[in-house]
Write a protein that binds this ligand. Structure first.
Ligand code: PMP
Length: 467
């Protein structure tokens, strides 16, 4: 057991932070990182700690501070850090076979069947699986290539606010302009349309269009002979835009996207890299909308504790690509397969999806008090994927400095949270899916305090003439 986190020996673990952050040891490691690692590093710029050990929903830093980890490896750690049963399954597999390219193995077969068993019954018999290089972005690339090959078309329709990864193709279909603008000559043929979301979020001028109008735009773009856009190889979307700031698709929008794409025989790719594996309360987020995608992209949380793996599930009718069409050395990670099989067993035994729904209600209740705060533009989420959007009460503009202050305040009080959305002004939480009610209560109290403390300060600053 992890000693610095005291699991099992001194009662329930509590977050505790002593002194300033970063502490001395973290500061030294951060300095070495800055000296030797790429400028493109991200998380430690906003969360200045060096990680040491993890257990469940907790992680400690190099100075012995203990945090509740609601970044959870950007949604990867669905069963928290080092879930003991998953660790044991990986350890067993370690001595048997670790790497298998794309040869069949017993554990790979068990993993494949376990993944297929999570599909809604109507999809189970007609979907095939392709194992990709072990990242979400690689699986997005595979999905796009599959659809291009099967349709003999080139374009992709994506949506504003979406995020699909940092490789060339995945970046080309993502909304994040700052990431793509320095990298010239991206993948051609990508068109962005407005995303029909629930509520009226400040996700840019186009979002003032209602969900029906957004669906109309898609339909017109695909059917108007003067739209300028040839029929694409695929339409690609997230059911809840995660990095985009927890923007939830409106059911009408999503159903019409499905109807229009089906009528025109354009494959619909649903990127469940972040929403998948139960994050929103069902194994796939699309299940809550009663739609059936043609291609599903899965990665992040498949193995519970972050052993990398990624795959696409797709309609067998699309399976026209040639042997070797999407290869990659690390598609045969047997440790991931063992972990993935065990993850699904633990989900079923412990009713993890039920926990996600119950804890989601707990969050909704607790965070509802924030909506009266003038700096809180919106609080929204599904299951264990939530965002608090911060904006200036005077002009409705995103409040990124306030969001950074809230993130840092929470960190100083023992809670790690993420930011996302336009200008990173949305505070995001992605707790482990087996988080307990008590740990969640503790975390929400820290978060609510952080928002109140920082918005009070922002109010005082704005009264003095500057935020
Ligand atoms: N799709 C979605 C919806 C994501 O949230 C992410 C990562 N945040 C990706 C794709 C890319 O995954 P990866 O970082 O593993 O390439």
């Amino acid at each position: 057991m992890i000693t610095s986190l005291g699991t099992g020996t001194r009662g329930p673990v509590q977050p505790h932070v002593s002194g300033e952050l970063p502490g001395l040891r973290s500061a030294a490691l951060l300095a070495r990182q800055e000296r030797w690692e790429s400028r493109a590093r991200t998380y430690p710029r906003h969360l200045p700690i060096a990680l040491a050990e993890g257990a469940g929903s907790f992680v400690s830093d190099a100075d012995g501070n203990v945090f509740i980890d609601f970044l959870a490896g950007a949604g990867v750690l669905s069963l928290g850090h080092n879930h003991p049963e998953i660790v044991r399954s990986v350890a067993r597999q370690l001595g048997t076979l670790t790497h298998g390219l794309d040869f069949p193995t017993p554990v790979k077969d068990a993993f494949t069947q376990a993944q297929l068993s999570m599909l809604p019954p109507r999809l189970r018999t007609r979907m095939k699986v392709h194992f990709c290089g072990p990242t979400g972005a690689n699986a997005v690339e595979a999905a796009i290539k599959l659809c291009k090959t099967a349709t003999c078309r080139g374009g992709v329709i994506a949506f504003r606010g979406g995020f699909h990864g940092s490789t060339h193709g995945a970046m080309a279909v993502s909304g994040l302009v700052a990431q793509k603008s320095p990298v010239h000559d991206g993948m051609p043929g990508v068109h962005f349309l407005p995303y029909g979301s629930l509520g009226t979020y400040p996700t840019g001028p186009a979002s003032r269009l209602g969900p029906q109008a957004c669906a109309d735009q898609l339909e017109q773009t695909l059917t108007d002979s003067l739209s300028g856009v040839p029929l694409p190889a695929a339409v690609l979307l997230e059911v809840v835009q995660g990095e985009g700031g927890v923007v939830i698709a409106h059911p009408e929008f999503l159903r019409r996207v499905r109807d229009v794409t089906r009528a025109l025989r354009v494959p619909l790719i649903v990127d469940e890299v972040q929403t998948g594996c139960g994050r929103t309360g069902t194994w796939f987020a699309f299940e809550q909308y009663g739609i059936e995608p043609d291609v599903i992209v899965m990665s992040k949380a498949l193995t519970g504790i972050g052993i990398p793996v990624a795959l696409i599930l797709y309609d067998a009718a699309l399976d026209t690509w040639a042997p070797g069409a999407h290869i990659g050395t690390f598609r045969g990670n047997q440790l991931a397969f063992a972990a993935g099989v065990e993850t699904i067993r633990v989900y079923r035994r412990d009713d993890v999806l039920g926990n996600v729904r119950r804890r989601g209600e707990q969050i909704a209740n607790a965070l509802s008090e924030l909506v009266t705060d003038p700096w809180v533009r919106d609080v929204r989420g599904r299951g264990l994927m939530w965002g608090i959007e911060l904006a200036c009460p005077d002009d409705g503009r995103p409040a990124p400095r306030l969001a950074a202050a809230v993130q840092m305040h929470a960190l100083r009080h023992g809670l790690i949270v993420e930011r996302g959305g336009r200008e990173d002004a949305v505070i995001r939480i992605l707790p482990p899916l087996n988080v307990t009610a008590d740990v969640l209560d503790t975390a929400l109290a820290i978060l609510i305090d952080a928002v109140h403390a920082c918005t009070a300060q922002a109010f005082a600053n704005s009264a003095e003439g500057g935020v």
